[in-house]
Design a protein around this ligand. Structure first.
Ligand code: PHE
Length: 347
């Protein structure tokens, strides 16, 4: 018994506690009713009478040491807490919270939306997974048109039973599909823009990516003319690239517009003198546009004798690359914060 008590004495002396719970565990172990100290006192019965006095003193020492230890540690823990409280300096500056910056593509998309909403365009979105009708057929793409080719389109699943038009499902190759959805679901007049992500099966390079973003626009009303198209897009170009920006329209072809055009702006880097950005032509192409083909209006149950309209579409990556002179499209998708941090996040 003496050895046991000696061992406990050592354990008590070496003990220290980092928290209240640990101290309480210690107290329960030694001093609670069923703890070590009371059970040793109970064992006194078995000690020979001549040794009882000596043993009693020894056990009292054990009990006192344990009690002192508990008291002592209680005080140290409390005073530690006091000092911690006293050390809080409310005048200290708060911890610095690092703010992110908006992605350059979001900045430019928001700017495009802002410019068009000022002249009455609303914003609509549609699904990224499309059927053949909305992505091609309703847009007047002939059955054998090369854009339907596997090389351009990511097809997902062929011929599910419940879809119209052969039931092909694909990732949309342009946001023109949202133009169709808007015309199907709304009465003319319509004045909307359609921002969104599009997908094309192209090899990734500095200038092309298989995922990119577009904003398309659609304006349908009575007596909408090509002059309205030119004026609206001229307004957009000067708001986006600055006062004094010139525009020019070159004839082009899209299945869903007739006539179709591509719009160039005078190079805002060299002012038309010729530089690397405009490949020494003085002009840079920024969007495709045209008068909505009457077949497309009819496909969406809009009376093409009463209504006319124009549509346009641009790549957000292209506009952003021009505006900020970024020469590799892959920068947008690599999430390198050294690149992303360079853009102001005001919009
Ligand atoms: N949908 C065309 C494209 O993705 C852009 C466009 C839209 C052209 C509207 C004309 C009119 O290239």
């Amino acid at each position: 018994m003496q050895d046991k008590v000696n061992q406990y004495l050592g354990e008590i002396k070496d003990f220290s506690a980092t928290g209240k719970e640990q101290l309480e565990e210690f107290r329960i172990k030694f001093l609670s009713k069923k703890g070590i100290v009371p059970s040793l006192f109970a064992e006194m019965r078995n000690v020979a009478p001549e040794k009882r006095k000596e043993m009693g003193l020894f056990l009292n020492e054990l009990k006192n040491t344990a009690q002192q230890k508990v008291e002592e540690l209680k005080q140290t823990l409390e005073s530690k807490q006091e000092t911690r409280k006293a050390n809080i300096d409310l005048s200290m500056p708060a911890e610095f919270i690092e703010l992110g910056s908006r992605h350059p593509l979001s900045i430019v998309r928001n700017r495009i939306i802002d410019i068009f909403s000022r002249i009455g365009y609303s914003v609509s979105e549609g699904p990224e997974i499309e059927d053949d009708w909305h992505n091609f057929t309703a847009l007047n793409f002939p059955e054998e048109h090369p854009a339907r080719d596997m090389q351009d389109t990511f097809f997902i699943e062929k011929n599910p039973d419940n879809l119209p038009d052969g039931g092909q499902v694909a990732l949309r190759t342009h946001t023109s599909s949202v133009q169709i959805r808007t015309m199907e679901n709304n009465q003319a007049p319509i004045r909307s823009i359609f921002p969104g992500r599009v997908f094309r099966n192209e090899a990734i390079s500095a200038r092309a990516h298989c995922i990119f973003h577009q904003v398309e626009g659609l304006y349908i009303d009575e007596n909408v003319s090509f002059a309205d198209l030119k004026q609206s897009l001229y307004y957009f170009a000067t708001e986006m690239f600055g006062e004094g920006t010139k525009t020019r329209f070159r004839p082009s072809y899209f299945p869903f517009t007739e006539p179709s055009a591509e719009m160039d702006i005078s190079c805002f880097i060299c002012g038309g003198e010729g530089c690397k950005v405009c490949k020494h032509t003085g002009w840079v192409e920024i969007l495709g546009c045209g008068m909505v083909d009457p077949n497309v209006l009819e496909n969406c149950h809009i009376d093409s004798k009463k209504y006319t309209g124009f549509a346009f579409g641009m790549g957000i990556e292209r506009i952003t690359m021009l505006k900020y002179q970024i020469n590799d499209i892959r920068n947008f998708f690599e999430n390198d914060i050294r690149f992303l941090k360079q853009f102001e996040s005001t919009v």
